[in-house]
Design a protein around this ligand. Sequence first.
Ligand code: GTP
Ligand code: SPV
Ligand code: MN
Length: 595
Amino acid sequence: MNAAVDVFKSQDSRECRLEALNAWVAEVAALTQPDHIHWCDGSDAENAALIARMQADGTLLPLNHETHPHSWLHRSSPSDVARVEHLTFVCTPERDDAGPNNHWMAPAEAHAKMDALFAGCMRGRTLYVVPYCMGPIDSPLARCGVEITDSPYVVANMRIMTRMGAPALARIEREGSFVKGLHSVGELDPERRFIMHFPEELTIKSFGSGYGGNALLGKKCHALRIASHQARQEGWLAEHMLIVGIENPQGQTHYVAAAFPSACGKTNLAMLIPPEGYRQAGWKVWTVGDDICWMRPGADGRLYAINPEAGFFGVAPGTSDSSNPNALATISHHTIFTNVAVTDDQEPWWDGLDKRTPALDWQGRPYDPANGPAAHPNSRFTVSARQCPSYSPRAEDPQGVPISAIVFGGRRASLVPLVFEARDWTHGVLIGAAMGSETTAAATGAVGVMRRDPMAMKPFCGYNFADYFAHWLSFDQAGAKLPKIFHVNWFRKGDDGKFLWPGFGENLRVLEWMIKRVEGQADAVDTPIGNLPRADDLNLDGVSLSQEAGAKLFGFDPEGWRAEVDSIGAYLEEFGGRMPDALKEEQARIRSVLT
Ligand code: GTP
Ligand code: SPV
Ligand code: MN
């Protein structure tokens, strides 16, 4: 512990070469009144000292070091276990610029509210200055930020999730600009909790939560809400998408970016293990990213994508040797687990992992099924992407990877078939804009309620969705070689309430069809909602589907779709005159051929 204290105290007075950053740190310190200020360099020694500090005060609990070396359990406050969309605001000067898709507050009012919460909140605490880079440190697509936080847990997670420390600070000093994120756990009081974004000021203020997307400000706050605003100004896209490389037996790799809402299968698809027959034939799958994708057109007209993150903050429940062996291998060491259960020999455990019964639940109580699931449904692991066995050799390519296909998808128990293809870019943007999905435990609130979640960005778009759709449409220019756009639904259910499609590794069968469509080698049927495969356009060798399943997964129900397309039309209308005509016309065109 003494060593830990020394590491922190020795850096109390350190500053950087960028006056704007020194001035901001000084201003925040004057407001929050910390006992110490520590500039994070990201070193191993610093991390070891932080972990020692957190072990000493119980923030991190040791796990079984034989089965899970260098891994820890963190139990968050039971009222702080997910993103809080109702407390998340986009504070643009004009309300309409945030759009009906965001909660809005006037910037001056929001600053005053937040600064009142921050006043004196770090007394008795250390203020950590966390410089980070989103994206490979030498990538022109990467962008930097600095998070000020009083949570060592946040620092430890940011070190895994971003390129954190000295190299990021050096880039910030060189570039002179950075996104400012101010965070305090406060008292973890849900009544005194707000996540505020000021896109014009490239500023984030987050108070009262220590959890995931509320607190690791590089992730959803910077890399999506602020970055989507920057991307619109600068001509690129910041998306809630995984990036995966699919290598065919001929050794060609196509990269696919896929937007699914929170807890709808991004991490799983990014780490997919091919079914046995595919493995034998030579198919390989390469993980580039599992949650966020930044893309922009390259000189050849294609979209090039980077993963701005360096780690995975993945959903634990359901992760098993059969569903996602790559994830399980990734998290076998050097992992922080949050809100999982533990077995009697201190191994982390969650529902769906295996047949064992845990000793303690996520709150540290003796496990009792009457209290609900042992691990919180939104319990997570934080782990470096480099530990993933399928981590792509191109994952850190500063120029990014070329995207061949964009996939949208959600949890739709009924109506929506397994896969269909957009006719063209505008149709694809409409398909993304019309995405619907049942809500999950990744955010507080009711679970299983169908809502529109365009491009999986409902909680994350930092500006008016109507302008966002217009921005998407603007990529369709002369010379552009845009990816094909598809929609998938792994979550269609039968009359018995069970999933009809086996999912997980078997999803490669659907990806293969997409890639063949991109290459012009697979057939589809032209329907009003897009191009649908027949069951025999997919390789289904070794999959047994009932007749009901086949009919629902590959069928198209005109009556159901008429109602759906009407509902999409009504949704577009909610944005009034700002909604691009091209999308409204596309909706009307589809509706007209559905009669
Ligand atoms: P966030 O990190 O919240 O953005 O989530 P995510 O989109 O990465 O979701 P993830 O891959 O962690 O999956 C969430 C849940 O969906 C887990 O319980 C998975 O087991 C389940 N899931 C993922 N893929 C499939 C699939 O193909 N079929 C079915 N039935 N379930 C799936
Ligand atoms: C999500 O909710 O989409 C996540 C987890 O990836 S969080 O970091 O909390 O946003
Ligand atoms: Mn996510």
